[in-house]
Design a protein around this ligand. Structure first.
Ligand SMILES: C[S@@+](CC[C@H](N)C(=O)[O-])C[C@H]1O[C@@H](n2cnc3c(N)ncnc32)[C@H](O)[C@@H]1O
Length: 364
């Protein structure tokens, strides 16, 4: 499976689109907002204030969160400038995602977005920069601010080594690290994360000016150890149920591994320390509810929608293109209906809270 070709969020603005079902990610952005504002304030106070701030949002997707980050950044810089009685800089903003992203939805909303900004005309220029952030996207010494929200847990490839020498899958009945996975599976996923994240940091390091700000949030795993189920583990169990029902072939499940890894804070810090280009400024871990999605589609609370269904809507918006390309489009309605019911059962006994981390670093 070529991740670049199958990883993109559900397009458009319909009922199953990412645009309609991205409130889990919005929740994470809101929880990290205070830390982002503090980091931007420090960047502005740290000395040279460029006349044109060049920034990028990596893994911007297309939906209400995409331009929200741009707005939040501009508002923060503007209020600092007003306080310091300085001229407001120009913003050159790049929106990055994989080429399969629905950039057209964003482009269509730009005219009304420019009108909402409290800026004079010709102060903000937004462009797209498609491509993988696991590699170079910009010239040397170019960016002042790099942001990424809820994207860095995606891997560039399915981890290597998830098959024995004879070709049998190590994680046969699962699609991601699960309670029943052998420990070697977690190690392979961690290896893949370490390689990707190191490449991410060295690419950004070349592209950023000294003192530039790198700020990101991502899905994470509790440092405290012990197994906590993830939504992807429950998707894997649902697919396994469909194998037992005779709806999906066993070999289809055995040959699918999710290109994803949610690291611990320590794992992130360790790779950053080894790579060595960035200085850690601040970091925070917080909880994010799995079931805050669906409100925008009018199927949230008060519309007879269960918590399980809301989780299913969010995961469908994120994972459907990839899962459909392997298991078949015709399996998707059944998969997400079963998953919603399973999630409702799970949430009777569990809190349904995931872990996320926010990290602020500056380029040395
Ligand atoms: C869950 S969405 C988050 C979108 C948005 N930042 C938000 O907070 O709503 C993750 C995005 O990361 C993108 N992504 C994953 N891997 C990527 C890569 N290697 N390069 C660029 N974008 C990537 C996906 O295509 C997807 O649009």
């Amino acid at each position: 499976m070529e991740v670049v070709q199958v990883l993109h969020m559900n397009e458009g603005d319909g009922k199953t689109s990412y645009t309609t079902n991205s409130s889990v990610q919005k929740q994470a952005m809101l929880k990290a907002k205070h830390m982002l504002e503090e980091s931007i304030t420090e960047l502005c106070n740290s000395g040279s204030f460029p006349e044109c701030i060049r920034m990028v949002d990596l893994g911007c997707s297309s939906g209400p969160n995409t331009l929200q980050l741009v707005k939040q950044t501009i508002e923060t810089v503007n209020s600092i400038c007003k306080r310091l009685n300085r001229e407001i800089p120009t913003f050159q903003v790049f929106l990055n995602d994989l080429p399969g992203n629905d950039f057209n939805v964003i482009f269509r909303s730009l005219p009304s977005f420019y009108e909402q900004l409290d800026l004079c005309k010709d102060k903000c220029f937004i462009a797209a920069m498609p491509g993988s952030f696991y590699g170079r996207l910009f010239p040397d010494n170019f960016l002042h601010f790099v942001h990424s929200s809820y994207s860095l847990h995606w891997r560039s490839h399915v981890p290597e080594g998830l098959r024995t020498q004879s070709g049998s899958p190590l994680n046969k009945e699962n699609i991601y690290i699960s309670k029943t996975s052998p420990p070697s599976v977690r190690e392979k996923y961690l290896d893949a994360f370490r390689k990707d994240f190191r490449l991410f940091l060295s690419s950004r390091s070349a592209e950023m000016v000294a003192g530039g700000l790198l700020f990101f949030t991502m899905v994470a795993t509790d440092d405290s150890g012990g197994h906590r189920s993830t939504v992807w583990e429950l998707i894997g169990i649902t697919i396994h149920d469909m194998v037992l029902e005779g709806l999906i072939e066993e070999s289809k499940l055995a040959s699918f591994d999710l290109p994803y890894y949610a690291p611990t804070m320590e794992e992130v810090r360790q790779v950053a320390g080894e790579e060595g280009s960035f200085e850690l400024q601040s970091h925070e871990a917080f909880r994010v509810a799995w079931d805050s999605s669906g409100y925008a589609a009018g199927i949230g609370n008060g519309h007879g929608c269960t918590r399980g269904k809301r989780v299913a809507m969010n995961i469908r918006a994120v994972g459907e293109p990839m899962l459909a390309s392997h298991f078949g489009v015709e399996m998707m309605d059944g998969l997400f209906e079963r998953f919603a019911a399973k999630m409702d059962e799970h949430l009777k006994l569990n809190d349904g809270l995931g872990v996320a981390i926010a990290i602020s670093m500056t380029k040395k």
